[in-house]
Design a protein around this ligand. Structure first.
Ligand SMILES: *Cc1c(COP(=O)(O)O)cnc(C)c1O
Length: 419
């Protein structure tokens, strides 16, 4: 398998090249050169085994292929559950990993893709909340790796901030005086900076990295088969959406031929993608802060992958719809779900639950992207009780936070690291 840029499609790259570069030389995002129909898959296989089988063709011709099996074992060492519920759509729980958000899947897999013995690397990551923690946890204590995390100051939950700033060792955190789009811009500038290119080997751990996107196909592929075998029809997915990485992975799995119906992109008040589906014209917007902060993205980078997968807006509308949800609706959903079934959901998952109510059609799987305990300051007042904290998070909460504050410009970030 070769990889192409979403822009200039004349050059191809190996998977390892795409992983090292992060962003294509022309500023586009890497995508697989082609998709192919999948063969028989057994949904009974465990995630590691299922994943290795699914990803194998995407690693064809790359030196990493021989390690793939082991990489999957190390990366997918926590449960991913399709939880069926009485009289309600099942929930695909992706938050049982070390930092309690679905980003553990991509981050842990990406961390397996680099050989720590061959050279020093700097992992660069902008985060709207959950990526930073997942990447820090995945790369913690790895030899020859430093992790640089940029997050928008004051715009993430305290527990999210802990998961970014409390690790020590090879993890460095930067609190940026700006929003997520500013953080993402700094990362793009850093990866493109000619001076740093000579000095540092950067790897990007944002969802622009194809190494995070590919493993996310696995849970869509596997859960679609599980659903099909239980309920005898193909599920659609309602996906809490921000930077569009998780949704593009679902669409890749669909393109491979897994039994997947419609994909609904559930966004918060950041509605750029909703407008795009309506008008066919792509217009990024300024980011708005919402209760579902990991989805506060006005200019999702994976839009390029989405548009290259669906060059024609009519085809996109056939497979995908998008629904924007307000903070009031998110709060109401969290409160009502607890009242009616004593289930608690994080604000992102609640966004998907609201979108389900508004979506045409049925047979949905709700994608649950984070544990509600990460957003206790939002969820607890709504349900009127405290939420039990997962063990891994508990340990971090007692450690001190360490970070540097920077202005929202690449030059400021650069000066901190050149000292
Ligand atoms: C990152 C994140 C999302 C959005 O995922 P994208 O791939 O950026 O669309 C949704 N929910 C949670 C909890 C997240 O951390």
């Amino acid at each position: 398998m070769r990889y192409l840029s979403t822009r200039d499609q004349t050059k191809t790259f190996s998977l390892s090249e795409a992983l090292e570069k992060g962003l294509a030389p022309d500023g586009g995002l890497f995508i697989p050169e082609h998709f192919f129909p999948v063969s028989e898959f057994d949904s009974q296989l465990g995630y590691a085994e299922f994943g290795a089988k699914l990803l194998c063709p995407f690693f064809e011709g790359d030196e990493l292929q021989k390690k793939l099996s082991n990489m999957c074992k190390l990366a997918f060492n926590f449960p991913i559950k399709l939880r069926f519920r009485k009289d309600q759509s099942p929930v695909l729980e992706l938050f049982h990993g070390p930092t309690a958000a679905f980003k553990d899947v991509g981050a842990r897999f990406l961390a397996q893709c680099f050989d720590p013995s061959d050279r020093k690397r700097s992992v660069l990551v902008a985060t709207s909340g959950d990526t930073g923690g997942a990447v820090a946890s995945a790369f913690l204590s790895k030899k020859n790796i430093e992790v640089l995390i940029l997050y928008p100051k004051g715009k993430i939950s305290l527990r999210q901030e802990k998961q970014i700033t409390a690790w020590g060792e090879n993890i460095k955190a930067f609190s940026v005086n700006g929003n997520f789009d500013d953080c993402q811009k700094i990362v793009k500038d850093a990866l493109a900076d000619p001076e740093w290119k000579k000095e540092k080997t950067f790897i990007s751990a944002n969802s622009i990295s194809i190494g995070r996107l590919l493993p996310q196909m696995i849970y869509y592929a596997k859960s679609s088969l599980e659903y099909l075998s239980q309920l005898k029809c193909a599920p659609g997915y309602i996906i809490p959406t921000g930077n569009l990485g998780n949704a593009v992975a679902a669409l890749y799995a669909k393109r491979l031929g897994f039994p997947i119906g419609k994909i609904v992109l559930a966004t918060n008040a950041n509605h750029s993608i909703v407008d795009f589906l309506k008008t066919g014209v792509w217009t990024p917007n300024k980011t708005i802060s919402t209760l579902a902060n990991a989805m506060d993205v006005g200019n999702p980078s994976n839009i390029e992958r989405l548009r290259s997968l669906y060059p024609n807006i009519v085809d996109l509308r056939t497979d995908v719809s998008a629904i924007s949800v307000s903070d009031t609706e998110i709060s109401e959903m969290i409160r009502n779900q607890y009242k009616s079934s004593t289930e608690t959901f994080c604000p992102h998952t609640a966004t998907a639950l609201v979108a389900e109510k508004k979506a045409a059609g049925k047979n949905w799987i709700i994608v649950a992207t984070a544990h509600p305990a990460k957003f206790e300051s939002i969820v607890e007042p709504l349900i009127g009780r405290s939420i039990e904290v997962p063990e891994t998070l508990k340990a971090l909460l007692n450690r001190p936070s360490v970070f540097e504050e920077i202005e929202a410009y690449f030059s400021d970030f650069k000066s901190r690291l050149s000292l």
